[in-house]
Design a protein. Structure first.
Length: 230
């Protein structure tokens, strides 16, 4: 059963929002298998029938919970990259600018929605099987666009190395974002920009460092997403 279409009354929209907020917290903390629809309904303070009515199944609710925030965050990353490329007039972007476009939206979104950041990290590390296709559909074009941008700026770097270093970049950002809201200092908004600049600088240095191991001396590195050549 699919989720009920948009255009529902205010009360229905509030119920959906409470269910999604509760699902984000519980799935992020406990994982898919440990959370049932009854617990979700209790956490959201709605009856079990409302949860079933709006989403049909736990699996459908899980996917919708993930996509609610993942899709706009991913779209913002692509928007920033496209905007920067237009401003560059066709010239390769500085590596630091590519990294900022890739990192800033999820970093800022994670500070704003810490429970989703835990949920996101869990799903990028150990997604339930039914979520694989949804993540791939949403994430693959974004990863592809950033790899192409890196290739233009670092033309002598092998594609598989750029993929690997991009995974390192996203991993470090996710791990920090998960812990950030537990750090008292991060309650100061003025510190957010400082930390983001340091993170962008750190990742940029790693992305553009000369390969540690020559291609001739190693097997092909893992690539999880296909690239889109321009």
């Amino acid at each position: 059963m699919k989720r009920k279409p948009a255009g529902q009354p205010l009360e229905g929209r509030e119920t959906v929002a409470r269910l999604l907020d509760a699902a984000e917290r519980l799935f992020g903390e406990l994982g898919y298998d440990a959370v049932g629809m009854r617990l979700l309904a209790e956490e959201a303070k709605v009856n079990l029938g409302a949860a079933t009515y709006h989403f049909g199944s736990k699996e459908a609710l899980y996917v919708e919970t993930f996509m609610r925030r993942f899709r706009p965050t991913n779209a913002e990353r692509l928007r920033l990259l496209e905007e920067a490329e237009v401003k560059s007039g066709g010239k390769p972007l500085p590596v630091e600018k590519i990294v900022e476009c890739m990192i800033r939206p999820p970093f800022e979104f994670g500070l704003e929605h810490p429970s989703f950041q835990r949920f996101l990290a869990r799903n990028l590390l150990m997604p339930p099987p039914f979520l694989h296709a949804a993540i791939h559909r949403e994430f693959a074009p974004s990863i592809a666009a950033f790899i192409v941008a890196f290739q233009r700026s670092l033309p002598d770097f092998p594609e598989d190395l750029l993929h690997l270093r991009s995974m390192f970049a996203m991993g470090s950002m996710l791990m920090f974002s998960i812990r950030a809201n537990e750090l008292p200092e991060m309650q100061n908004p003025k510190l957010h920009k400082v930390v983001l600049r340091e993170m962008v600088g750190f990742i940029t240095a790693g992305m553009q460092r000369e390969p540690v191991v020559a291609c001739a001396d190693r097997p092909r590195l893992p690539i999880h997403q296909p690239t889109l050549r321009r």
